[in-house]
Unconditional design. Structure first.
Length: 73
């Protein structure tokens, strides 16, 4: 049961981090990144940003669980 709770918590926390990282990127770089209609290569930029958001969210989740594990000891 503990493993299921950890997995669900990690998934929810990762989704929350992806959302907030996406909001930050949109806030700071929203006017700089071109629309895919304007530039055909822009779709690749959005794909790279999406991958980076997922990687950053997983790293943030990892650090949160690592700190929680060290606090539990």
């Amino acid at each position: 049961m503990k493993k299921i709770i950890n997995s669900v918590t990690r998934l929810i926390l990762t989704i929350m981090f992806v959302y907030h990282i996406n909001q930050l990127i949109s806030f700071y770089f929203g006017s700089i990144i071109p629309n895919p209609e304007e530039m055909k290569g822009a779709i690749l930029i959005y794909f790279v940003i999406f991958i980076l958001e997922i990687v950053l969210a997983n790293l943030c989740t990892y650090f949160v669980f690592r700190v929680a594990k060290s606090e539990a000891k």
